[in-house]
Structures are given as structure tokens and as C-alpha cells.
Design a protein around this ligand. Structure first.
Ligand SMILES: *[C@@H]1O[C@H](CO)[C@@H](O)[C@H](O)[C@H]1NC(C)=O
Ligand SMILES: *[C@@H]1O[C@H](CO)[C@@H](O)[C@H](O)[C@H]1NC(C)=O
Ligand SMILES: *[C@@H]1O[C@H](CO)[C@@H](O)[C@H](O)[C@H]1NC(C)=O
Ligand SMILES: *[C@@H]1O[C@H](CO)[C@@H](O)[C@H](O)[C@H]1NC(C)=O
Length: 270
């Protein structure tokens, strides 16, 4: 049984350490590469001193510094106050390597929107799904808007069931529930249509995009109408509803800008 020489063990260990430190941005340890044939006869005796978990430098297993924090200046005013209305990003996309090319695509696209920071913060967790596909970008932006609208609707309904509203408040809240409900339907229709787009038929593409632009604009109008109903109300109910609806309206506005971008990209291609 031939063991590796000391220098070989050292080189091998350094290589494995480098592999682990460079590949583990998640907390789950990467599987070690299979040892070379010559060392397979007694792997444990030669590798254990350097590769036992306790001897690994622990900082290397911690996540690296937060990616791209410079690119997301705080505009937390729009999102911090409504924790229930934003769904957490899927954990799989967090542990995946962040691809700068994909993030840059989102940043450039979000540059066309009105609420750029909200756009980037909400979409960057989906960078690996979006890649550089404007259709996916638009669908995911709409889907995030839909989730937010559903959550706002739930919240506003809950407010009305809580009781204790004045007559004027009760009317405004009821109208708002209806308008956000309409908005949810418009968003669902838009997602379904966008998902069905077949790029081979450019005439159909233009029709679908025109419909979607109309529906998403209508959703934005619904959000505004909801808020209009509260114009003469000055209570805590208004503030609570406002926080939720403003977020929905901003996400809707951003999604519409991304849809318009998608529509114009295709026009340029044809
Ligand atoms: C980033 O993703 C794109 C598209 O999936 C791919 O072509 C590119 O090679 C990736 N870049 C890196 C550094 O992984
Ligand atoms: C965003 O757009 C402005 C012009 O509207 C441009 O000056 C800036 O470089 C753009 N930034 C990015 C990240 O694309
Ligand atoms: C929209 O998001 C939900 C989760 O919030 C997900 O289950 C669904 O598959 C998404 N739909 C599309 C078309 O991306
Ligand atoms: C609904 O309102 C009650 C109090 O009226 C509150 O405890 C509960 O968390 C609310 N649920 C949602 C989803 O907002």
C-alpha cells in the first residue's frame, strides 16, 4: 500500500481547500472531488488531518459579503412597512451563484422603470430564471405584482372585517377591495397571455402586447381609484391601506414599463 508523499498530500489538500472556499457561497459543503486513484487505497489516513471539518477555516464557509449591495441604495420606505405583502425569494436562487451578466440585465432593464430600486430588489432574486429574456422578465414582474395585489386585497378585506369603521371609511374600503380585485383579474389575464406568446407570429404578438398594455394600465388605474376613495379620509385605516396599495401601484407601474420594453424589443427585431 503506497501512501502519498508529504508534498503530494499538501498540494492535494490545498487544492481541495481552494475548491471548497471558492465554491461554497452556500452553507452546504460541496462534495469533495474524488481522490486520485493512487490515494484511494487509504484516503482516510492521508486526508483526515487537514480535511476534517473542524480544521477548516470557518470564515471560508460563511457567505461572502452581500452581493451587489452598492447597487441597491435604500428606498426601504416603499417596502419596509409591509412585511406580509412581499414573498421571500426562493431559497434555491439564493444559494445559486449570482451571475453578474444576469444581474446587469435586470439593472439595465430596471433603469427604464420609475421605481428602480424596488424593481431591482424584487427581481434580482430571479436573475437565474430571467437570464436575458424580456418575456420572462415581464412575466415575473407581473407575477410579483399579482402576489402583492392579492396580499393587499387580503389585508384590506381584513381591515373591513375588523369593524369600527366610519360609514365613509367602510365605503372607501369596500370600493378598494373591488378595485384591487379587478386589478388581480387584469394581472392574471396578462400573465396568461404573455405566457402564451409565440414569437413566430408577429401579428399575434402585437395584438397580445396591446391587450396586456391595456390591462396592466387598467390595473394601475384601479390602484389609483382605490386611493382616490380615501382622499377625504384621514385616519390610521387610510395609512394602513395606503401602504399596501402604494406598493402594488409601484410594482404595477414597473411591470408596465418592462412590458413596454419587451414590446419595443420585438418591434426592433421585426
Ligand atoms: C451567466 O449566464 C449566462 C446565461 O446563462 C451565461 O452565458 C454566462 O456564461 C454566465 N456567466 C458566468 C460568469 O457564469
Ligand atoms: C440609466 O439611464 C441613464 C439615462 O437615463 C444613464 O445615464 C445611466 O447610465 C443608466 N444606468 C444604467 C445602470 O444602465
Ligand atoms: C407566480 O408565482 C407563484 C408563487 O408566488 C408561483 O407558484 C407561480 O408558478 C408563478 N407563475 C408564473 C407564471 O411564474
Ligand atoms: C387581520 O386582522 C387581525 C386583527 O383585526 C390581525 O390580528 C390579523 O393579523 C390580520 N390578518 C392579516 C392577514 O392581516
Amino acid at each position: 500500500m503506497k501512501l502519498l508523499s508529504q508534498p503530494q498530500i499538501l498540494l492535494f489538500s490545498i487544492a481541495i481547500l481552494l475548491f471548497i472556499t471558492s465554491s461554497s457561497s452556500s452553507l452546504t459543503p460541496s462534495p469533495s472531488p474524488s481522490p486520485s486513484p493512487s490515494s484511494s487505497s487509504s484516503p482516510s489516513s492521508s486526508r483526515s488531518p487537514l480535511l476534517s471539518p473542524s480544521s477548516l477555516p470557518s470564515p471560508s464557509l460563511a457567505p461572502a459579503s452581500p452581493p451587489q449591495s452598492s447597487s441597491s441604495p435604500s428606498s426601504s420606505s416603499s417596502s419596509s412597512s409591509s412585511p406580509s405583502s412581499s414573498s421571500p425569494p426562493p431559497s434555491s436562487s439564493i444559494s445559486r451563484h449570482l451571475n453578474q451578466t444576469n444581474l446587469n440585465y435586470i439593472k439595465t432593464s430596471c433603469n427604464l422603470t420609475l421605481y428602480k430600486t424596488l424593481c431591482y430588489i424584487s427581481l434580482s432574486p430571479y436573475a437565474s430564471k430571467i437570464i436575458s429574456n424580456p418575456q420572462k422578465l415581464a412575466i415575473i414582474a407581473l407575477n410579483l405584482t399579482l402576489t402583492s395585489a392579492k396580499s393587499a386585497s387580503k389585508f384590506i378585506k381584513n381591515v373591513s372585517h375588523g369593524g369600527g369603521l366610519t360609514g365613509l371609511e367602510a365605503v372607501a374600503v369596500a370600493d378598494c377591495v373591488e378595485e384591487i380585485g379587478d386589478s388581480v383579474i387584469s394581472l392574471q389575464d396578462s400573465i396568461r397571455e404573455l405566457d402564451s406568446i409565440n414569437h413566430k407570429d408577429s401579428r399575434k404578438f402585437e395584438m397580445v402586447m396591446s391587450d396586456v398594455q391595456t390591462w396592466v394600465s387598467a390595473a394601475l388605474t384601479d390602484d389609483d381609484t382605490c386611493m382616490d376613495g380615501f382622499r377625504r379620509i384621514k385616519t390610521v385605516v387610510k395609512d394602513l391601506v395606503r401602504q399596501h396599495v402604494v406598493k402594488v401601484a409601484r410594482l404595477t407601474s414597473n411591470a408596465l414599463a418592462l412590458i413596454n420594453m419587451y414590446a419595443s424589443t420585438q418591434e426592433n427585431l421585426s
